[in-house]
Design a protein. Structure first.
Length: 233
Protein backbone atom coordinates (compact mmCIF):
# COMPACT_ATOMS: atom_id res chain seq x y z
CA UNK A 1 0.00 0.00 0.00
CA UNK A 2 2.75 2.44 0.95
CA UNK A 3 4.62 1.83 -2.31
CA UNK A 4 1.47 2.40 -4.37
CA UNK A 5 0.77 5.61 -2.45
CA UNK A 6 4.30 6.87 -3.12
CA UNK A 7 3.96 6.09 -6.83
CA UNK A 8 0.68 7.93 -6.99
CA UNK A 9 2.11 11.02 -5.25
CA UNK A 10 5.15 11.00 -7.54
CA UNK A 11 2.97 10.83 -10.65
CA UNK A 12 0.87 13.74 -9.47
CA UNK A 13 4.01 15.92 -9.26
CA UNK A 14 4.70 15.60 -13.00
CA UNK A 15 4.14 18.74 -15.11
CA UNK A 16 0.76 18.71 -16.79
CA UNK A 17 -0.73 16.16 -14.43
CA UNK A 18 -3.63 17.62 -12.51
CA UNK A 19 -4.18 16.68 -8.90
CA UNK A 20 -7.54 14.95 -8.51
CA UNK A 21 -9.69 15.58 -5.46
CA UNK A 22 -9.40 11.97 -4.31
CA UNK A 23 -8.12 10.38 -1.13
CA UNK A 24 -5.72 7.47 -1.43
CA UNK A 25 -8.54 5.00 -0.74
CA UNK A 26 -10.71 6.59 -3.42
CA UNK A 27 -7.81 6.66 -5.85
CA UNK A 28 -7.09 2.98 -5.17
CA UNK A 29 -10.74 2.07 -5.71
CA UNK A 30 -10.82 4.04 -8.95
CA UNK A 31 -7.59 2.43 -10.14
CA UNK A 32 -8.98 -1.01 -9.31
CA UNK A 33 -12.01 -0.27 -11.46
CA UNK A 34 -9.89 1.11 -14.31
CA UNK A 35 -7.69 -2.00 -14.24
CA UNK A 36 -10.68 -4.09 -15.34
CA UNK A 37 -11.07 -7.82 -14.56
CA UNK A 38 -7.31 -8.50 -14.45
CA UNK A 39 -7.22 -6.81 -11.07
CA UNK A 40 -9.05 -9.75 -9.48
CA UNK A 41 -6.32 -12.38 -10.02
CA UNK A 42 -3.75 -9.75 -9.02
CA UNK A 43 -5.73 -9.04 -5.86
CA UNK A 44 -5.89 -12.76 -5.11
CA UNK A 45 -2.09 -12.98 -5.44
CA UNK A 46 -1.66 -10.05 -3.06
CA UNK A 47 -4.04 -11.58 -0.50
CA UNK A 48 -2.40 -15.01 -0.69
CA UNK A 49 1.07 -13.49 -0.34
CA UNK A 50 0.02 -11.41 2.67
CA UNK A 51 -1.53 -14.40 4.45
CA UNK A 52 1.55 -16.58 3.90
CA UNK A 53 3.92 -13.80 5.00
CA UNK A 54 2.06 -13.21 8.28
CA UNK A 55 1.76 -16.95 8.98
CA UNK A 56 5.41 -17.64 8.16
CA UNK A 57 6.63 -14.71 10.22
CA UNK A 58 4.77 -15.96 13.29
CA UNK A 59 5.78 -19.58 12.65
CA UNK A 60 9.51 -18.89 12.21
CA UNK A 61 9.66 -16.45 15.12
CA UNK A 62 8.09 -19.03 17.44
CA UNK A 63 10.32 -21.86 16.24
CA UNK A 64 13.47 -19.74 16.40
CA UNK A 65 12.71 -18.67 19.97
CA UNK A 66 12.12 -22.27 21.10
CA UNK A 67 15.22 -23.49 19.26
CA UNK A 68 17.57 -20.90 20.81
CA UNK A 69 16.27 -21.66 24.31
CA UNK A 70 16.66 -25.40 23.76
CA UNK A 71 20.13 -25.17 22.24
CA UNK A 72 21.42 -23.12 25.17
CA UNK A 73 20.28 -25.82 27.59
CA UNK A 74 21.34 -28.87 25.61
CA UNK A 75 24.74 -27.46 24.57
CA UNK A 76 25.65 -26.96 28.22
CA UNK A 77 24.65 -30.54 29.04
CA UNK A 78 26.50 -32.00 26.05
CA UNK A 79 29.63 -30.06 26.98
CA UNK A 80 29.49 -31.79 30.38
CA UNK A 81 28.93 -35.18 28.67
CA UNK A 82 25.51 -35.47 30.34
CA UNK A 83 23.91 -37.34 27.45
CA UNK A 84 20.89 -38.81 29.34
CA UNK A 85 19.99 -35.38 30.75
CA UNK A 86 20.34 -33.82 27.29
CA UNK A 87 18.04 -36.48 25.88
CA UNK A 88 15.43 -35.73 28.55
CA UNK A 89 15.54 -32.02 27.70
CA UNK A 90 15.22 -32.81 23.99
CA UNK A 91 12.17 -34.99 24.56
CA UNK A 92 10.46 -32.27 26.61
CA UNK A 93 11.10 -29.48 24.09
CA UNK A 94 8.83 -28.73 21.15
CA UNK A 95 11.29 -27.34 18.61
CA UNK A 96 12.85 -28.55 15.34
CA UNK A 97 16.30 -28.77 16.94
CA UNK A 98 14.93 -30.85 19.82
CA UNK A 99 13.43 -33.42 17.49
CA UNK A 100 16.64 -33.63 15.48
CA UNK A 101 18.95 -33.99 18.46
CA UNK A 102 16.56 -36.36 20.24
CA UNK A 103 16.77 -38.72 17.26
CA UNK A 104 20.56 -38.73 17.58
CA UNK A 105 20.72 -38.85 21.37
CA UNK A 106 18.43 -41.89 21.46
CA UNK A 107 21.11 -43.77 19.52
CA UNK A 108 24.15 -42.42 21.36
CA UNK A 109 25.04 -45.93 22.55
CA UNK A 110 24.92 -47.34 19.01
CA UNK A 111 27.92 -45.40 17.70
CA UNK A 112 28.53 -42.04 16.11
CA UNK A 113 27.67 -43.29 12.61
CA UNK A 114 24.16 -44.32 13.66
CA UNK A 115 23.79 -40.98 15.43
CA UNK A 116 24.75 -39.06 12.28
CA UNK A 117 22.36 -41.13 10.15
CA UNK A 118 19.46 -40.50 12.54
CA UNK A 119 20.19 -36.76 12.60
CA UNK A 120 20.31 -36.59 8.80
CA UNK A 121 16.98 -38.40 8.38
CA UNK A 122 15.07 -36.29 10.91
CA UNK A 123 16.89 -33.16 9.75
CA UNK A 124 15.51 -33.55 6.23
CA UNK A 125 11.98 -33.79 7.60
CA UNK A 126 12.40 -30.73 9.83
CA UNK A 127 14.00 -28.76 7.00
CA UNK A 128 10.98 -29.45 4.81
CA UNK A 129 8.74 -28.32 7.66
CA UNK A 130 10.66 -25.05 8.06
CA UNK A 131 10.40 -24.35 4.32
CA UNK A 132 6.69 -25.12 4.23
CA UNK A 133 4.82 -22.23 2.61
CA UNK A 134 7.81 -20.70 0.84
CA UNK A 135 6.77 -22.29 -2.44
CA UNK A 136 3.60 -20.16 -2.34
CA UNK A 137 5.63 -16.97 -1.95
CA UNK A 138 7.95 -17.99 -4.78
CA UNK A 139 4.95 -18.81 -6.98
CA UNK A 140 3.18 -15.52 -6.27
CA UNK A 141 6.34 -13.46 -6.85
CA UNK A 142 6.70 -15.12 -10.27
CA UNK A 143 3.03 -15.17 -11.27
CA UNK A 144 2.09 -11.60 -10.24
CA UNK A 145 4.33 -9.81 -12.80
CA UNK A 146 3.30 -12.31 -15.46
CA UNK A 147 -0.36 -11.48 -14.78
CA UNK A 148 0.58 -7.81 -14.98
CA UNK A 149 2.23 -8.34 -18.36
CA UNK A 150 -0.81 -10.32 -19.50
CA UNK A 151 -2.91 -7.33 -18.53
CA UNK A 152 -0.55 -5.18 -20.60
CA UNK A 153 -1.12 -7.34 -23.66
CA UNK A 154 -4.89 -7.32 -23.11
CA UNK A 155 -4.88 -3.54 -22.68
CA UNK A 156 -2.94 -3.03 -25.91
CA UNK A 157 -5.31 -5.36 -27.74
CA UNK A 158 -8.22 -3.29 -26.45
CA UNK A 159 -6.48 -0.11 -27.62
CA UNK A 160 -5.94 -1.44 -31.15
CA UNK A 161 -9.50 -2.73 -31.29
CA UNK A 162 -10.71 0.75 -30.35
CA UNK A 163 -8.58 2.24 -33.12
CA UNK A 164 -9.94 -0.30 -35.61
CA UNK A 165 -13.53 0.44 -34.60
CA UNK A 166 -13.08 4.22 -34.70
CA UNK A 167 -11.06 4.21 -37.90
CA UNK A 168 -8.70 6.88 -36.58
CA UNK A 169 -6.10 7.36 -33.88
CA UNK A 170 -7.09 9.75 -31.11
CA UNK A 171 -5.87 9.85 -27.51
CA UNK A 172 -9.36 9.35 -26.11
CA UNK A 173 -9.86 6.27 -28.27
CA UNK A 174 -6.78 4.39 -27.04
CA UNK A 175 -6.59 5.82 -23.51
CA UNK A 176 -8.74 3.10 -21.95
CA UNK A 177 -6.66 0.20 -23.27
CA UNK A 178 -3.36 1.88 -22.43
CA UNK A 179 -4.61 2.63 -18.91
CA UNK A 180 -5.41 -1.05 -18.36
CA UNK A 181 -1.98 -2.00 -19.68
CA UNK A 182 -0.10 0.35 -17.36
CA UNK A 183 -2.21 -0.28 -14.25
CA UNK A 184 -1.93 -4.07 -14.39
CA UNK A 185 1.81 -3.93 -14.99
CA UNK A 186 2.33 -1.55 -12.08
CA UNK A 187 0.20 -3.63 -9.72
CA UNK A 188 1.87 -6.87 -10.77
CA UNK A 189 5.32 -5.45 -9.98
CA UNK A 190 4.11 -3.76 -6.78
CA UNK A 191 2.87 -7.15 -5.55
CA UNK A 192 5.86 -9.22 -6.68
CA UNK A 193 8.65 -7.01 -5.31
CA UNK A 194 7.75 -7.06 -1.57
CA UNK A 195 6.74 -10.73 -1.72
CA UNK A 196 10.08 -11.63 -3.29
CA UNK A 197 11.88 -9.66 -0.57
CA UNK A 198 9.86 -11.50 2.09
CA UNK A 199 10.69 -14.86 0.48
CA UNK A 200 14.42 -14.13 0.55
CA UNK A 201 14.16 -12.91 4.14
CA UNK A 202 12.52 -16.14 5.26
CA UNK A 203 15.09 -18.22 3.40
CA UNK A 204 17.86 -16.33 5.23
CA UNK A 205 16.20 -16.87 8.62
CA UNK A 206 15.80 -20.60 7.93
CA UNK A 207 19.45 -20.89 6.87
CA UNK A 208 20.57 -19.26 10.13
CA UNK A 209 18.34 -21.57 12.15
CA UNK A 210 19.64 -24.63 10.32
CA UNK A 211 23.24 -23.49 10.87
CA UNK A 212 22.64 -23.22 14.64
CA UNK A 213 21.13 -26.72 14.68
CA UNK A 214 24.02 -28.14 12.66
CA UNK A 215 26.56 -26.67 15.08
CA UNK A 216 24.75 -28.18 18.06
CA UNK A 217 24.42 -31.54 16.28
CA UNK A 218 28.16 -31.52 15.55
CA UNK A 219 28.90 -30.88 19.23
CA UNK A 220 26.72 -33.84 20.13
CA UNK A 221 28.43 -36.10 17.59
CA UNK A 222 31.85 -35.04 18.92
CA UNK A 223 30.68 -35.84 22.46
CA UNK A 224 29.45 -39.29 21.40
CA UNK A 225 32.69 -39.94 19.51
CA UNK A 226 34.71 -38.87 22.53
CA UNK A 227 32.70 -41.24 24.71
CA UNK A 228 33.39 -44.06 22.24
CA UNK A 229 37.13 -43.44 22.38
CA UNK A 230 37.04 -43.31 26.17
CA UNK A 231 35.21 -46.64 26.31
CA UNK A 232 37.67 -48.18 23.85
CA UNK A 233 40.60 -47.16 26.01
Amino acid sequence: MASLSAIAIALLQLPGVETPELSFTEWLAQTWTDGDWMMYPLGLCALLGLIVIVWKLVDLTTKASRTRKFLREVDALIAQRKIPQALAVARDSNSPAARILAAGLERHDEGSERVMKAIENVGLIEMASLENGLVWLATVSNVAPLLGFLGTVIGMIQAFQAIESAGEVEPTVVAGGIKVALITTAFGLAIAIPINIAHNYFVTRIDRLVLDMEESAQKMIDAVHSTERGAAV
